[in-house]
Design a protein around this ligand. Sequence first.
Ligand SMILES: CCCCCCCCCC(=O)SCCNC(=O)CCNC(=O)[C@H](O)C(C)(C)COP(=O)(O)OP(=O)(O)OC[C@H]1O[C@@H](n2cnc3c(N)ncnc32)[C@H](O)[C@@H]1OP(=O)(O)O
Length: 205
Amino acid sequence: MKFTREDIDTQELDRRRALYGPLTAAVRDLVDATIRTEVDEAVIREVQATVVAATAKLRAEQIDGGFGMRFTADGESIAWGNAGIGLRNAIAPPLVIVSDDAGLHWTEVTLGAAYEGPPGLVHGGICALVMDHLLGTTASSIEPRFTGTLTLRYRRGTPLGPLRAEARIDRNEGRKTVVVGTLSDADGVTVEAEGIFIGPPTPTE
Ligand SMILES: CCCCCCCCCC(=O)SCCNC(=O)CCNC(=O)[C@H](O)C(C)(C)COP(=O)(O)OP(=O)(O)OC[C@H]1O[C@@H](n2cnc3c(N)ncnc32)[C@H](O)[C@@H]1OP(=O)(O)O
């Protein structure tokens, strides 16, 4: 697994956020526009050439493989390639997860055309991505946990549009943390989730 330390201060972190965040948002918008455009063929071909040229510019200098998980000297995590929350990942919705003192974790997100499965509904795998990340973050609120088993019950279709997901720890059993949660639209719950998240063995195990 790729965990690395970035020797940068908060000011530099903010500068990079301000640089890459808008690029990612523009690419995300491009994905949505690509799905929904009705412009004529000549414009499609022109845009394709423009996008190919832009991609070639970005490829002029690249890292090998994925972005990995980086940490600043202050312990702040930089998971910018992450498929759920990555600041530099246009595939990511992106999720912004918040929590309260009572242990509730939640995220409010709008999923558009790029996340469609059945017509007008969110793809089941995308629901799983949202719930895996939210429940995993909840499980990892004290120490890191990996998904062992994720169980989802799709109660009804999840419409594209604004959604809210919530999670809380149900119980801890040694290295295992069981987390439960829901995904909802304005009319109520669409998906129920339960996850068993496993931590690394303690040195004595
Ligand atoms: C930190 C920042 C926030 C991060 C948020 C992250 C959110 C996203 C989370 C993810 O998506 S993680 C990526 C998807 N998951 C993986 O890739 C995990 C792949 N699997 C593994 O690495 C290992 O199989 C795992 C760490 C889950 C367990 O391996 P171990 O060798 O440590 O388990 P072990 O066999 O020692 O079993 C320990 C306990 O866990 C139980 N267990 C093991 N695997 C399990 C499993 N898959 N499901 C349920 N329980 C499991 C096992 O029965 C046992 O229970 P008991 O202690 O009660 O006997």
